[in-house]
Design a binder for this molecule. Structure first.
Ligand code: 5RP
Length: 226
């Protein structure tokens, strides 16, 4: 069900792309539907900037022409998924550990569209643990400083180092991820600012004032939110 919702959101976003555009390709299962639908359109003159090695592999396999962020002066349109879509199109991203490259690409884009299934839409951000990308060197110390900031925001649970079957998760940039179970983020702007002030925090998954439009897949079709 949610996979179909992701698919129709990705396909609707692919219709927004025009020949000759520089396009940012997001990361995750919803973004993968967009990448597949975009490749199927076979538009001429596209140049695509992937936000992760995983997306780069998929795009390459499908024959999409890839460039890096260094190769282009600006990106016309980026399409990417999200873990939560809150009021004002404030987002939590980074469930797929690609938040740093994603934010770099989003910030270089003239227009950003977030695509998601209906379950991602929330009245307040924070039920999904907030990913925080941290430099591996001294990450436990940085984790303690993150915990202090969280307490200041009345979030009592310390952030947890992300682990997978093969051990500590590393991002494409070689950093680690701490996930903060916030439950409810009442002041995302202040939390974003406070996290960025910690030495060792590379980036966090709060994407505020970055999305221009959301395409939400529902059982009744796609819903556009501006
Ligand atoms: C990756 C992301 C993804 O966009 C986010 O995790 C959503 O993934 P999915 O579309 O698989 O639900 O931010 O870092």
């Amino acid at each position: 069900m949610s996979d179909h919702q992701k698919q129709i959101a990705g396909e609707a976003a692919a219709e927004r792309v025009e020949a000759g555009m520089v396009v940012g390709l997001g990361t995750g299962s919803t973004a993968a539907w967009f990448v597949k639908a975009l490749a199927a359109r076979n538009l001429s003159g596209l140049r695509c900037v992937p936000t992760s090695e995983k997306t780069a592999d998929l795009a390459r396999e499908l024959g999409l022409p890839l460039v890096t962020l260094e190769d282009v002066s600006k990106i016309d349109l980026t399409v990417d998924g999200a873990d939560e879509v809150g009021p004002g199109l404030a987002l939590i991203k980074g469930g797929g550990a690609a938040l740093l490259r994603e934010k770099l690409v989003w910030e270089a884009s003239s227009r950003c569209i977030v695509i998601a299934d209906a379950a991602k839409v929330v009245p307040i951000l924070g039920a999904f643990p907030l990913p925080i990308e941290v430099v591996a060197f001294g990450h436990k110390t940085t984790g303690n400083r993150i915990a202090d900031v969280l307490i200041d925001h009345e979030i009592q649970m310390p952030a947890r180092l992300r682990q997978a079957d093969r051990g500590v998760v590393r991002t494409d940039g070689g950093n680690v991820i701490y996930d903060a179970k916030c439950q409810a983020i009442h002041d995302p702007v202040r939390l974003a600012d406070d996290l960025k002030l910690i030495t060792g925090v590379v980036e966090h998954g709060l994407f505020l004032d970055l999305a221009d439009e959301a395409i939400i897949g529902t059982d009744a079709g796609v819903e556009i939110r501006l």
